[in-house]
Structures are given as structure tokens and as C-alpha cells.
Design a protein around this ligand. Structure first.
Ligand code: GDP
Length: 194
């Protein structure tokens, strides 16, 4: 079958996004407790996989983050052939600072690492830049340029509109992401969704 995988840090709005995309059709997204296992939902012939957020958990933060990362990497490696599309959800407004903080410690930010990894294993990956409702109009394009640059996609971000989808799950402004998903599914001759 055909699989789409959703990945992202905790609190980026991945559950909200999944709810906006799939509504009551599927029950994925926020799950009680700390879970390290991917959640799945089947929508017609498409398998939707919600990976656990790369989370910070008080007390065991770095450890949990590593475990989630390892499990995510293994899951993706094991299923790479089947996974036709990846959606990496980021918190748009804070993404550049988060990346810079990791860089200043000479570490590769987990989001950037995941983006590179997904592409390395041949998975077409969309960046859902969420929470764009927090951004004023005049700061919108400059922020997206910064996001693109941090992902190794040379600005202007508009050159990467097939990869970067600015959205607000909270406001239900999902046009950019739905458009990209529709395009990808259309390319794969699956027109029934979105
Ligand atoms: P998850 O941990 O990635 O699944 O994130 P959630 O969907 O639970 O959202 C985390 C927090 O971010 C919640 O307080 C949401 O209300 C908030 N949030 C999610 N999407 C948006 C958005 O588009 N804009 C804003 N301003 N807040 C959002």
C-alpha cells in the first residue's frame, strides 16, 4: 500500500494539523501518556502514520529525544519503500532560533537532520511551517526565507513552494499544505483525497 508519514517536534502543532487534514475520519494525533510508537490510520488505500514528537520530557529530556529519534529513523528505514511522502511539521516562528541554538552547540538540529535523512532515503518530503498566524504580514516572507536557508534551501523561499507550505492549523488555514498534498497525490494518480 501507500504510506504518508508525519514527523515533528512535540508542540509544533502536529496533532492540530492532522485533525485539520483528516478531521473525524481518522483518530490520530494527540494520544494520552508518553508513547514512543507510531500511530496509524487507514484512509482508503492510504496509510497515515503519525510519528511520536521528538519531545522534551522533564527529567529525561535528552534521553527521550534520542530514543524517539532512533525509533523514528529505524521505522523510516524499515518502511522506506512503502513511504511515498513525508510531512515534517515545524513551528515556523521559532524554527530559525531553534536551529541556531543547536548550531551554536555544534549539533545538527533534529528537524534538519530528519529532513536530510528523509530525502537521503528517497522520501519526497514537505515542510509544513505551522503557526504562521503569529507572524505579521511584513515579517512573513523574511521568516520563510530564514526557514528555507536553515533547511539548506537557498532563498527566496518562493523557489521552494513545492516543498515549503506555510500554514496555520489553529486558524484552519491549510491551503498551502492541502495544495501540495493534492499535487503529490495527483502525480501518483490518487485524486480522491484533499
Ligand atoms: P503537537 O504536540 O505537535 O501534536 O501539537 P498540538 O497540536 O498539541 O499543539 C501544540 C500547541 O500549539 C497547542 O497549544 C496548540 O493550540 C498550538 N497550535 C497548534 N497549531 C497552531 C497554529 O497554527 N497557530 C498557533 N498560534 N498555535 C497553534
Amino acid at each position: 500500500s501507500f504510506e504518508i508519514i508525519f514527523v515533528g517536534r512535540s508542540n509544533v502543532g502536529k496533532s492540530s494539523l492532522l485533525r485539520e487534514l483528516f478531521g473525524a475520519k481518522v483518530r490520530i494525533g494527540k494520544r494520552p501518556g508518553v508513547t514512543l510508537r507510531p500511530a496509524h490510520a487507514q484512509v482508503s488505500d492510504m496509510l497515515i502514520t503519525d510519528m511520536p514528537g521528538f519531545g522534551f520530557m522533564s527529567g529525561v529530556k535528552d534521553r527521550k529525544q534520542d530514543i524517539v529519534k532512533d525509533k523514528t529513523v529505524h521505522y523510516i528505514e524499515d518502511n522506506a519503500k512503502k513511504i511515498k511522502l513525508g510531512v515534517l511539521v515545524i513551528d515556523g516562528p521559532v524554527f530559525p532560533q531553534i536551529v541556531d541554538r543547536w548550531d551554536s552547540r555544534d549539533q545538527i538540529p533534529i528537524d534538519v537532520e530528519m529532513f536530510d535523512f528523509l530525502r537521503e532515503v528517497g522520501i519526497d518530503t514537505i515542510i509544513a511551517a505551522n503557526k504562521m498566524d503569529k507572524i505579521k504580514e511584513n515579517e512573513y516572507d523574511p521568516l520563510l526565507d530564514e526557514i528555507a536557508a536553515r533547511l539548506g534551501l537557498e532563498p527566496p523561499w518562493q523557489n521552494w513552494k513545492h516543498i515549503i507550505a506555510p500554514i496555520s492549523a489553529k486558524k484552519g488555514d491549510m491551503k498551502a499544505l492541502k495544495g501540495l498534498l493534492r499535487d503529490r497525490l495527483h502525480e501518483m494518480k490518487r485524486d480522491d483525497l484533499f
